[in-house]
Write a protein that binds this ligand. Structure first.
Ligand SMILES: [Zn+2]
Length: 113
């Protein structure tokens, strides 16, 4: 009899995000880790699933006050406040793992053109 294989935190995050779209807060509750830890795993997860032709689809954070979308953000973390209206009611980004490129939010290219 083989014992149940213990999934790593990253594997658990991948499973969750493949099943349904979730915010960092949802993941932190589901896996009983801090949101900070969730964010710290996301870049590595994105790299590791790329080999399987999968990717993290991100619905960007948006401002609950004026609707501004943080499309140019290069990090996964939630911004502190809105650059448009300076309010800090920010809707968190939603992450999902998808098997194809469709619907992917394009990341801005790094560096000056
Ligand atoms: Zn705003």
């Amino acid at each position: 009899m083989k014992p149940d294989k213990q999934l790593t935190v990253r594997e658990q995050i991948i499973r969750c995000l493949e099943a349904e779209p979730m915010t960092a807060r949802d993941l932190s509750k589901a896996l009983r880790i801090s949101e900070k830890e969730v964010y710290s795993h996301l870049p590595s997860i994105e790299k590791s699933i790329r080999h399987q032709k999968k990717q993290i689809k991100i619905t960007p954070c948006s401002c609950l006050n004026c609707g501004f979308e943080f499309k140019d953000r290069k990090t996964y973390k939630k911004p502190g406040k809105c650059p448009e209206c300076k309010k800090s009611r920010i809707e968190p980004a939603v992450f999902q793992i998808t098997g194809s490129a469709e619907g992917r939010f394009p990341l801005p290219s790094a560096g000056p053109v």
